[in-house]
Design a protein around this ligand. Structure first.
Ligand SMILES: Cc1cc2nc3c(=O)[nH]c(=O)nc-3n(C[C@H](O)[C@H](O)[C@H](O)COP(=O)(O)OP(=O)(O)OC[C@H]3O[C@@H](n4cnc5c(N)ncnc54)[C@H](O)[C@@H]3O)c2cc1C
Length: 376
């Protein structure tokens, strides 16, 4: 997305990706797009398939005590909504748009390193098909995810990390089963949290709270379905439809933010700079808002010689990031069982769910954050 936005602003960039095109286009991850992400994709010409195939949701459900309550997102936010469109589809659309516009994406790079970050000519070295290459850049954007190399290259003492690790994880499946609800359902249950979601009219995406070190071998499909149904079934008889599972994985949960997100001419964006627990469905959307802010800074630099927006990059991003962190942490705290609870948390969580699904003020706050705070 950064490369696409820079191209529209007349700024040249090269993407270096250590995986193959097929790998990144098949990688299953996020699926909930905020209104701002959807609007940006449409406004910048990469939203055609999203508009055709994306599933717009005007509401979201919360299930607890055996009953479901709906929050009408668009009614509470002046018409804003979320759209379910898988991250790998966003990636496919962006890769295609870059290639169609003559953009350079080098896949399968190896041994990538960044250097001279505090000079005006930072460099990237990498190997491709065994040959060594060096790129001399004006700027480097470290968009290489949580396990990338850009953040660890910043000298010690420059960056401070703030972190919370949660005592649980999510076991997620993709199943060939038509969704039995048109909208997402977040379930709070005494057996643990569960989330009903979907990727298309034929594919259901489901998650259940599990241990951080959960062994997938102990979760044959039958057991996963049994547990999902036990947590999600409501008094009115609603339950997810069962079908063949074609993907299964465990996702850890953490909150992580670094400050600042810049060192010299290296700007960190997305998961390289922060991780949110997936409960709020915000990771992809935050990465998009970072690169929009970075594009504006780089545009001002190249078009008017202004440095101030780049200097404020970190502060501008962090103001939004911390609000999104707060929301993701709060949704996580409200919906998961915490080990060692003596009953206090359980009662607090039920009261919180009751309040945020019945008070107009509570529902408005949840809806405003869920469809996405304004971009920049
Ligand atoms: C199971 C799961 C479910 C999720 N659900 C949601 C959701 O519903 N909503 C949501 O908003 N977010 C969700 N997320 C989070 C979301 O996927 C991430 O926040 C998002 O991918 C971050 O984008 P990014 O571009 O910063 O990093 P990434 O998508 O990780 O991209 C980084 C890229 O850099 C490449 N790379 C890494 N190291 C190097 C290197 N040394 N050299 C070259 N290339 C390198 C990687 O191959 C990768 O392609 C989910 C994540 C997971 C794992």
């Amino acid at each position: 997305m950064l490369s696409h936005l820079l191209h529209l602003a007349g700024i040249e960039s090269i993407i270096l990706e250590c995986r193959s095109r097929q790998y990144i286009e098949d990688r299953v991850r996020a699926g909930v797009l905020e209104q701002g992400t959807v609007d940006l994709m449409i406004e910048t010409g990469v939203g055609e398939r999203l508009q055709r195939e994306g599933l717009r949701h005007d509401g979201v459900w919360f299930s607890f005590g055996g009953r479901r309550r709906r929050i009408h997102l668009s009614e509470l936010t002046g018409g804003r909504a979320i759209t379910v469109y898988a991250q790998q589809e966003v990636v496919k659309d962006l890769v295609q748009a870059r290639l169609d516009a003559g953009g350079q994406i080098v896949f399968d790079v190896e041994d990538l390193t960044v250097r001279d970050l505090d000079s005006t000519r930072p460099k990237i070295r990498y190997r491709k098909d065994g040959d060594a290459h060096e790129l001399v850049c004006d700027f480097i954007a470290g968009c290489d995810g949580f396990h990338g190399i850009c953040r660890p290259t910043v000298p010690d003492g420059v960056i401070t990390a703030y972190e919370r690790v949660y005592p649980f994880a999510w076991l997620g499946i993709l199943a060939e089963a038509a969704p039995t609800s048109e909208e997402l359902i977040y379930t709070y249950n005494q057996r643990g949290f569960a989330l009903f979601s979907m990727r298309s009219p034929q594919v259901t995406r489901l998650y259940l709270q599990c241990a951080p070190d959960e062994d997938l071998a102990e979760w044959p499909d039958d057991r996963v379905w049994e547990e999902l149904c036990a947590r999600m079934r409501t008094e009115d008889g609603w339950a997810p439809a069962v079908g063949p599972v074609f993907q299964k994985g465990v996702t850890g949960m953490r909150s992580f933010v670094i400050e600042p997100m810049q060192f010299g001419r290296l700007f960190l964006a997305g998961d390289a700079a922060h991780i949110v627990p997936p409960t709020g469905a915000k990771g992809l959307n935050l990465a998009i808002s970072d690169v929009l802010t970075l594009t504006r800074g780089l545009e001002a630099f190249y078009k008017s010689g202004r440095q101030d927006l780049l200097d404020q990059y970190s502060a501008t991003c962090l103001r939004r990031i911390w609000k999104v962190q707060r929301f993701s942490w709060w949704m996580t705290s409200m919906l998961h069982l915490f080990p060692g609870d003596d009953g206090f948390d359980h009662r607090r969580q039920l009261a919180e769910l009751d309040y945020f699904t019945s008070s107009r003020a509570g529902m408005s706050s949840l809806a405003e954050n869920y469809v996405g705070l304004p971009l920049d």
